[in-house]
Write a protein that binds this ligand. Structure first.
Ligand code: ATP
Ligand code: AMO
Length: 468
């Protein structure tokens, strides 16, 4: 009839009491077993004493238990003489009884202990501890090994934290939008045509008819606005048949999408981006402190620099800054990855922020549904948002005039027949509107300055990976 205590709740106040805990065998050395539960660890000692008599049989049994096995431990909470280095909890458990709940394989494809080491720790292990001694280098776990055995890899403290941070971003996004009277919608992922155009679309057969997997909720979130929902958001899967294998593209990712009526100007959409993301970043820093620290322990990073009021630069201002720094870019073309990075650096130096909005993009590089600028149709009422020099958001005011929309779709090589129901929606009366799309995995990756989007996707799908 004993209740289990969480490892994270094992604190000094419990000293002297007997507890029952369940966790994994993280490591076992001499008489010390480190028990792990999610990101928390506690040192359990097999001591022969009057108070905690551990039988010789139990010791033998413990020694042969493979790492990662699940055990129940009954033991006495004791304050340690010296600070404990190898565990998160600052109490020791003197074991009285141990039961194995479920045994793991003796030879695991990767060791969680190895997978949790920082690059610095690994580097250091190549030096001998004592001069003239022999070094005992730790092995590096490469990314493919991690992803092939993702269930084991997810168990590291940094990964435990990453997916809690991801959950935080999603919750703060939803919380803020609900407080502003947005409606949470769900749009179909099976579509008759492609929503973003281009080649990066997965095609499939749908009951004898050709179909696509949604490249974004773009068309249907706009149709929801035509349906008078006024302000909507969606959190859902987005599919892109990306060809290139990069550090920031997945073939399936989580899209955070917003669409809203606007009164006068597309700056209303950027105002929302500003308020929403300052709220998300502030909430992360306040409510996910422990998690951010855990990520930083394995992958050290500086906290994101952002302003209370998000900086806005026009595309023209951006390319002027690049030009002054000796980088020539096409004034009516798109920025490539390298010039986006460079501009991020320049903005950081000049404005001391790593989060900013670049707007009024050249019309030619934006999707067909983007509203051109009233004063100059070579530019558009659109924007991208960057964290540490990399894109996390694209957004814009949309064309709500059906004839213009039809023409633009045709010019962009889209088969207008496949999106006729979308274009028709604007023939029944449509308000001026706009919105944006955010890549969840990119937000987490860039907030924590991680170097690869696969680190922030639980089971990533990329051009070479469809399992696990
Ligand atoms: P979008 O929604 O606009 O597709 P994105 O973040 O997926 O946003 P892309 O449009 O694919 O980014 O690319 C943005 C810029 O990065 C483009 O100018 C493109 O030339 C460049 N780029 C994209 N993929 C690569 C790559 N694999 N290597 C180098 N540059 C790339
Ligand atoms: P866009 O194509 O720029 O815009 O996508 C929006 C955001 O989604 C993320 N993203 C990706 N993340 C991971 N892997 C990918 N392959 C990938 N592609 C894009 C990025 C990007 O900023 N319909 C418009 C949005 C809108 O205007 O409302 C759209 O899809 O973070």
């Amino acid at each position: 009839g004993k209740e289990w205590t969480d490892v994270s709740d094992l604190v000094e106040e419990l000293a002297g009491s007997e507890v029952l805990i369940r966790g994994r065998v993280h490591t076992y050395r001499q008489v010390f077993m480190i028990l792990r539960q999610s990101g928390s660890t506690v040192q359990c000692v097999a001591k022969q004493s009057e108070e905690t008599n551990v039988s010789v049989n139990m010791l033998k049994y413990l020694k042969q238990l493979p790492c990662e096995s699940f055990v129940d431990v009954i033991g006495l909470v004791v304050l340690p003489k010296d600070p404990i280095k190898g565990a998160t909890q600052q109490v020791e458990i003197h074991m009285r009884k141990v039961y194995c709940v479920n045994k793991a394989l003796t030879k695991l494809p990767l060791s969680v202990e190895d997978a949790a080491r920082s690059e610095e720790e690994i580097e250091k292990s190549f030096q001998p501890k004592k001069p003239g001694g022999k070094a005992k280098p730790f092995s590096r776990v490469n990314q493919d090994t991690r992803l092939n055995h993702r269930v084991l890899d997810i168990r590291t403290p940094a990964n435990q934290a990453i997916f809690r941070i991801q959950c935080g971003v999603e919750n703060f996004f939803r919380e803020k939008l609900l407080s502003k009277d947005f409606v949470n919608i769900h749009t179909p992922k099976l579509m008759a045509g492609s929503s973003e155009g281009g080649s990066a679309v997965f095609r499939l057969e749908y009951k004898g008819q050709s179909a696509c997997l949604a490249q974004s909720p773009q068309l249907h979130k706009q149709m929801a606005i035509c349906g008078d929902l006024r302000r909507v958001f969606e959190i859902g899967p987005v599919f892109r048949a990306e060809d290139s294998f990069t550090h920031r593209h997945l073939c399936e990712f989580v899209g955070l999408d917003v669409e809203m009526e606007i009164q006068k100007h597309y700056s209303e959409i950027m105002d929302l981006v500003d308020e929403l993301f300052v709220f998300i970043f502030t909430s992360l820093n306040e409510k996910c402190k422990k998690e951010l620290e855990a990520v930083g322990k394995q992958y050290p990073f500086e906290p994101l620099k952002f302003l209370e009021k998000t900086l806005r630069l026009t595309f023209e201002e951006g390319i002027q800054m690049l030009k002054e720094a000796g980088v020539e870019v096409d004034p009516l073309g798109d920025l490539n990855t390298e010039s986006e990075r460079k501009l991020g650096q320049l903005v950081l130096e000049k404005y001391n922020t790593e989060f900013y909005i670049l707007h009024r993009y050249p019309a030619a590089v934006r999707p067909f549904y983007t509203m051109p600028c009233a004063d100059n149709p070579l530019y558009s009422n659109s924007f991208d948002v960057f964290i540490r020099g990399e894109e996390i958001i694209s957004g814009a005011q949309r064309v709500h005039i059906p004839e213009v929309l039809e023409k633009r779709a045709g010019e962009c090589g889209i088969d207008v027949k496949t999106i006729s129901t979308y274009i028709d929606s604007f023939r029944y009366g449509a308000p001026p509107h706009g919105g944006f799309g955010v890549g969840l995995e990119r937000v987490v990756m860039l907030f924590c300055a991680l170097n690869n989007i696969r680190k922030t996707s639980l089971f990533p799908r990329d051009p070479q990976r469809l399992t696990p």
